[in-house]
Design a protein around this ligand. Structure first.
Ligand code: NDP
Length: 248
């Protein structure tokens, strides 16, 4: 029970990495606030976790909705504030830039960058005031590298990494820790957000090539648990985690 008494907000908790992280952190005694757009998924997870004795709150919210995220921030402040933010919600509608899917570019920017910032803005002032807190952003190996058809996605994840490291420096004086976790390929619903048919099948073929085990969401959840349970003087600034078989 390493997180007894901690209040943790996990964005994108309705599936994949967020869901697995919610399970593990709740098991460790945290009060978990689960947010995403799919109410049914959040409610099912909340029922499961509260059945195991966890304290769970749900926030159905689109992270790209600035006003709604500010309202979440106010409700969380009324709850006593958030000790740990797992800034995880993200989307990946990949396509070559020439295909000009401008709406999808904007969606990635809105969710992966602005959504991350809105969540930070919702909890960081409270953390700074209390001189305690931890913000864990889930970027990607795509925060370090670039891949064809992933120009905008990589751009958003490079941005998250840059924002994380800047925030880390600014937050030191407030005793607030910041971590950027960079997963390689993880077996989740993420490739389903690719609406370009050829690219979606190519990405899935590549991720799920026979005999090539990729990461499970639980592998990243354990990394999250590791970073948030270090002694107060330790800041795990970045963590890059690939499946053994992934070269780049
Ligand atoms: P999933 O698709 O399983 O999960 C994405 C989560 O984000 C869902 O809970 C989804 O919930 C939520 N989400 C998406 N859009 C919005 C939105 N507009 N508002 C609120 N919530 C939203 O994928 P992963 O678990 O893989 O993704 C989690 C994070 O990990 C992402 O940031 C992703 O970029 C990153 N990542 C994933 C990798 C992988 O290989 N899978 C590799 C590297 C990084 P809902 O639809 O209910 O809103």
């Amino acid at each position: 029970m390493q997180l007894q008494g901690k209040r943790v907000w996990i964005t994108g908790a309705s599936s994949g990495i967020g869901e697995a992280t919610a399970r593990l952190l709740a098991e460790e005694g945290a009060l978990v606030v689960l947010s995403a757009r799919r109410r049914d998924k959040l409610e099912a997870l909340a029922t499961e976790l509260s059945g195991q004795g966890a304290e769970v709150h749900i926030e159905v919210v689109d992270v790209s909705d600035r006003a709604a995220m500010a309202a979440v921030g106010e409700r969380l402040a009324a709850l006593g504030g958030i000790d740990i933010l797992i800034n995880n919600a993200g989307t990946m509608p990949l396509s070559p830039i020439l295909s000009g899917r401008v709406d999808e570019w904007e969606q990635m920017i809105d969710v992966n960058i602005k959504g991350v910032l809105y969540a930070i803005h919702a909890v960081y002032p409270g953390m700074a005031e209390r001189k305690d807190g931890h913000i864990v952003n889930i970027s990607s190996v795509a925060a370090r590298l670039t891949y064809q058809s992933a120009g905008v996605y990589c751009g958003t994840k490079h941005a998250v990494r840059a924002i994380s490291d800047t925030l880390r420096k600014e937050a030191i004086r407030f005793g607030v820790r910041v971590t950027d976790i960079q997963p390689g390929s993880v077996d989740t619903e993420l490739p389903d957000s690719i609406r370009h048919d050829k690219i979606r099948s190519a990405v899935k073929d590549n991720m799920y090539a026979e005999g090539s085990p990729i990461l499970k969401p639980e592998d990243i959840a354990r990394a999250v648990l590791y970073v948030v349970t270090q002694p107060a003087h330790v800041d795990v600034s970045e963590l890059l985690i690939r499946p053994l078989i992934q070269e780049n």
